[in-house]
Design a protein around this ligand. Structure first.
Ligand SMILES: [Zn+2]
Length: 295
C-alpha cells in the first residue's frame, strides 16, 4: 500500500489535490483530451462559485451535446473488480456519486450500461477504472495522484471520458482517518466529466464565476475543490456545483440559470488555434502542478 505523506507540522492530516491540463490530438479531426489529476498536496486556500473545465472563458464551455442529454444516451460503466481492495462496496459508492449528479439536474441522466473500455472515446460515455500508481495512458500518469479524469473533447463537445482511481491508496465507502472516501472523489471526478473544474485553482487566475458571469472567490467547501483530506466526506454538491451545472446545461425545468447569462450557452465551435492556445496556457499550470503536487 502506498503511504500518503503526512502534512508537515505533525497534524497527521493528509491531503490530495488535483491539477488539470489538456492536450491536443491531431487525428482526422482536431480533438482535445482534458485531464484532471487528484494528488495529495498541502491544503490550499480556496475560493467559491464554479469553474469550467480547463478554466475556460465563461462563454465557451466544454459540455455534452443537448442531443445526447435529451436522448438519455449518457452512460457509465465501472470496471469489474473495481477497487477490490477497498473497505466496503466500492462500485456502490461510485454509483451513489452518479446518482447524486443525476439528482442535481434534470438534464443529467447518467445510466449504468455496457462495459468499460480503455480510451475516452470507447466503452461507456464515462468509464471508471482502478489502476496502480504507476499507470499511465496517453501520456498521462497517475504518479502519486489519488485519481485522474480524462475528458475527450471535439469542437467544444465532450465525447467521452475515463476516470481512474489510484488503487495504491487506502479507499473506503466509509473512511476512517487514514482512508479516502470513494464517493467523494467519484463525485468530484464526475464533475470534471460534465465540464466543471477546480474553483480554488481557477480563482487564482480569475476564472471562477457565479451564474451571472461575475468573477467570484470560492468558499472552500466545494466538491470541485482541488484537495480533500483522508477521512473527509464531501458527498453533497454545493450551490456552486449546482450553479455550474445549470450554466452548462440550462433547461426549462432547472430554473433560469442559463437564461440569465448574457454569454453564449451553446459551445461555440472553437478554431484549432483556440484549442492550441488553451492547451499551451494550461500546459503551464500542469508544469507547476507536477512540480508541486505530484511525485
Ligand atoms: Zn479535479
Amino acid at each position: 500500500m502506498h503511504a500518503p505523506h503526512t502534512k508537515k507540522g505533525g497534524t497527521g492530516r493528509l491531503m490530495k489535490g488535483w491539477a488539470s491540463h489538456r492536450r491536443i490530438l491531431a487525428r482526422r479531426v482536431w480533438a482535445a483530451v482534458l485531464v484532471c489529476v487528484l494528488a495529495q498536496v498541502a491544503w490550499l486556500a480556496s475560493a467559491h462559485a464554479f469553474a469550467l473545465l480547463g478554466f475556460q472563458e465563461f462563454t465557451d464551455p466544454f459540455r455534452w451535446s443537448d442531443a445526447r442529454l435529451d436522448e438519455g444516451e449518457l452512460s457509465f460503466a465501472i470496471a469489474p473488480g473495481f477497487l477490490g481492495n477497498a473497505s466496503g462496496d466500492a462500485p456502490e459508492a461510485v454509483e451513489n456519486a452518479f446518482a447524486t449528479w443525476n439528482e442535481a439536474h434534470t438534464a443529467v441522466k447518467l445510466e449504468e450500461s455496457g462495459s468499460v473500455r480503455l480510451g475516452v472515446y470507447w466503452g461507456a460515455s464515462i468509464d471508471v477504472f482502478a489502476a496502480p500508481s504507476s499507470f499511465s495512458y496517453a501520456g498521462y500518469s497517475l504518479d502519486g495522484a489519488l485519481a485522474l479524469a480524462l475528458v475527450g473533447v471535439y469542437q467544444g463537445e465532450i465525447l467521452g471520458a475515463d476516470i481512474f482511481f489510484n488503487r495504491d491508496f487506502a479507499w473506503s465507502d466509509n473512511p476512517d482517518a487514514g482512508q479516502f472516501d470513494i464517493e467523494s472523489v467519484a463525485l468530484h471526478e464526475i464533475g470534471h466529466t460534465l465540464g466543471l473544474d477546480h474553483p480554488d485553482l481557477a480563482d487564482d487566475v480569475g476564472r471562477n464565476y457565479d451564474i451571472f458571469g461575475t468573477v467570484i472567490a470560492a468558499t472552500g467547501t466545494e466538491v470541485m475543490n482541488s484537495t480533500i483530506a483522508p477521512g473527509e466526506i464531501s458527498r453533497v454538491l454545493t450551490s456552486d456545483e449546482l450553479d455550474g451545472i445549470d450554466f452548462l446545461y440550462p433547461s426549462s425545468e432547472s430554473g433560469s440559470g442559463g437564461e440569465i447569462i448574457g454569454g453564449e450557452q451553446n459551445p461555440a465551435v472553437p478554431e484549432p488555434g483556440t484549442l492550441l492556445l488553451l492547451g499551451s496556457g494550461l500546459a503551464g499550470l500542469l508544469g507547476l502542478g507536477r512540480r508541486r503536487f505530484l511525485k
